[in-house]
Design a protein around this ligand. Structure first.
Ligand code: F6P
Length: 319
């Protein structure tokens, strides 16, 4: 019989995490299950930084970005002794099960806890959309909206000045934010982990576009693939465009979640509690073809990367 569950957010925050916390809390309370908010991810779990939640604890949070629980990265949680300390703390506080919201590292922690007797359900909370098995992660849509707003603005000024804007977006080695924003903004060039980086080919393409009469250009670059400042300088030196670099950075992680993210987070949060009530642990929740499903975390973390070839072909056709 499930009496008390914990909830935490871990890793990089993402807009919509609060909507998920709210859905988990209220669904659990409706089922007569107590809810404990755990601060700062696995760090708070190990240190016993716990707070009793009621329906009001999550009032006025659905529209708020960030996470009311705070978040942290704790790589040490992969060590057996740290994990066991966490298990002990949960048992001391009579917490039978846990819902965790985060990315890949968060999933691994949840899997390990389940194997040590604490049923965990993981929800995909990351702007990167780099969790496999789910079409979308909580926060991706909002981050994409932020990027598109910013690039649309850059396009205006870039157009006025015959410039090439080289824009770095986040993604943690996943090109989804780049390819989705590239298609949405009508960018001219994409540089992602999937495309790779060939500097000469990029400069050549810009010269070609210029010769075709393009007045300005947008290059979207996934973080960690190339240095946008140095690419912008090369654009200025080797093409007729004047290059300018913009690193969007953490602005992509903030802001009020879009309605899509709020609904996704709410559906996933409710599903997490339903699974725990059924006695299921070690699963993660996903959305596929607009259906909320779950699968073992172990299966999810071993899935191959999503195939985006159709997106890249589309991008090339539309330039
Ligand atoms: O995973 C989310 C993310 O924003 C990535 O896109 C990025 O690489 C990383 O986190 C940045 O981490 P931090 O906030 O620790 O600098």
């Amino acid at each position: 019989m499930l009496r008390k569950i914990g909830i935490l957010t871990s890793g990089g925050d993402s807009p919509g995490m609060n909507a998920a916390i709210r859905a988990v809390t209220r669904t659990a309370l409706t089922n007569g299950i107590e809810v404990i908010g755990i601060k700062d991810g696995y760090k708070g779990l190990v240190n016993g930084d716990y707070e009793q939640f009621n329906r009001k604890s999550v009032s006025e949070t659905i529209a708020r970005g960030g996470t009311i629980l705070g978040s942290a990265r704790l790589p040490e949680f992969a060590q057996e002794e740290v994990l066991l300390k966490g298990v002990e703390k949960l048992k001391e506080n009579d917490i039978d099960a846990l819902v965790v919201i985060g990315g890949d590292g968060t999933y691994r922690g949840a899997d390990a806890l389940t194997k040590h007797g604490i049923n965990c359900i993981a929800l995909p909370g990351t702007i990167d959309n780099d969790i496999e098995g789910t079409d979308y992660t909580i926060g991706f849509d909002t981050a994409l909206q932020t990027i598109v707003d910013c690039v649309d603005k850059l396009r205006d000024t870039s157009n006025s000045h015959h410039r090439c804007s080289v824009v770095e977006v986040m993604g943690n080695r996943c090109g989804d934010l780049a390819i989705y924003s590239g298609i949405s903004t009508g960018a001219e060039i994409l540089i992602t982990p999937e495309t790779g980086y060939d500097e000469e080919a990029v400069l050549e393409k810009l010269r070609y576009l210029e010769a075709q009469g393009k007045n300005h250009a947008i290059v979207i670059v996934s973080e960690k693939v190339c240095d946008v400042k140095s690419l912008a300088d090369k654009v200025s030196n080797a093409t007729g465009f004047s290059g300018r670099a913009t690193i969007l950075g953490h602005i992509q992680r903030g802001g009020s979640p879009t309605p899509s993210d709020r609904v996704l987070a709410s559906r996933m949060g409710a599903k997490a509690v339903e699974l725990l009530v059924e006695g299921i642990g070690g699963h993660c929740v996903a959305i596929r073809n607009n259906e909320i499903i779950s699968m073992p975390i172990e299966e999810c973390i071993n899935l191959p990367r999503k195939n985006r070839k159709e997106f890249y072909r589309l991008f090339d056709k539309l330039v």
